[in-house]
Write a protein that binds this ligand. Structure first.
Ligand SMILES: Nc1ncnc2c1ncn2[C@@H]1O[C@H](COP(=O)(O)OP(=O)(O)OP(=O)(O)O)[C@@H](O)[C@H]1O
Ligand SMILES: [Mg+2]
Length: 253
């Protein structure tokens, strides 16, 4: 009998993944044989030095970019090999993504950006979704900024709009690339507890890239990348343990 990702309790998984940019002498091996799963209902932190492949891994896992070699699944669905249209529909229904560079639509105000996933799906939010969006707007302190366009918002406000947009549909799987990178420590803590609650209370599976040991200490599991490989995989660690691990990695690099 074939073992499915559901049996394994994995929300997403990749196998023998490589991603190479460029060719010949200028080739960059952004991912070099990564096999890993994101467990259902868990909050997973992904850490590692700049250029170690964190964003690339999340893009491939979310089906935003294809691998050079290897396979990727979202839930039970193998996404390597899906058509662009099939992938778009699957992503829209199941996956939320907070980009490192926010990716807000400049011509839409904050509310328009938050509602974009519904717009693209050709539907209105349900009552439950409207309540969720109101809660997100409140928690993220965006209530007075909904009519502002991205260029009228601070970096941290734009980041919070991107987070609200990613969570608005209540997706099973959320990828967040440094979601607290531009936030002050109080807003950062709000976002982290929002993500931790999303996994604990709603059973959403969250994968978050961060450079911050305190942010990563909120997670149930911490993956460390180095040079396009998974170099360590730990159950929840304290901020002190994470700092020590980062220091070890830097010394041995
Ligand atoms: N579109 C691209 N073309 C060429 N090289 C790329 C491209 N995207 C990423 N790379 C390279 O792949 C490697 C991994 O990049 P990636 O963005 O995944 O790193 P990262 O771990 O997210 O880093 P950071 O912490 O700085 O965001 C880097 O060496 C980067 O220069
Ligand atoms: Mg990155």
């Amino acid at each position: 009998m074939e073992i499915t990702t559901t049996d394994l309790g994995l929300a997403a998984r990749v196998q023998h993944l490589t991603k190479t940019y460029g060719t010949g002498q200028s080739a960059v091996h952004a991912l070099d044989g990564v096999s890993v799963g994101i467990r259902r209902g868990q909050f997973t932190a992904i850490m590692g030095p700049s250029g170690s492949g964190k964003s690339t891994l999340m893009h491939v896992m979310a089906g935003l970019d294809g691998p050079t070699e290897g396979r990727a699944w979202i839930g039970d669905t193998e996404i390597t090999g899906l058509s662009d249209l099939e992938l778009t529909v699957l992503r829209r229904r199941r996956v939320g993504f907070v980009f490192q560079a926010f990716n807000l639509v400049p011509t839409l105000d904050a509310l328009g950006n938050i509602l974009l996933p519904f717009e693209l799906d050709g539907r209105q939010p349900t009552a439950i979704e409207r309540a969720r969006i109101e809660g997100l707007v409140e928690t993220l302190g965006l209530a007075t900024r909904l009519r502002h366009r991205p260029h009228e918002l601070s970096g941290g406000q734009q980041q919070r709009v991107a987070i609200a947009r990613a969570l608005a549909t209540g997706p099973d799987l959320v990828f967040a690339d440094e979601p607290t990178g531009n936030l002050d420590s109080a807003s950062g803590r709000e976002v982290l507890s929002l993500l931790a609650r999303a996994s604990r209370e709603q059973g959403q599976s969250i994968a978050m890239v961060t450079h911050d040991p305190i942010a990563a200490s909120h997670a149930d599991r911490v993956l460390f990348l180095g040079d396009g490989r998974i170099v360590a995989d730990h159950p929840g660690l304290s901020a002190e343990e994470i700092s020590a691990h980062m220091l070890d990695a830097a010394v041995s690099a």
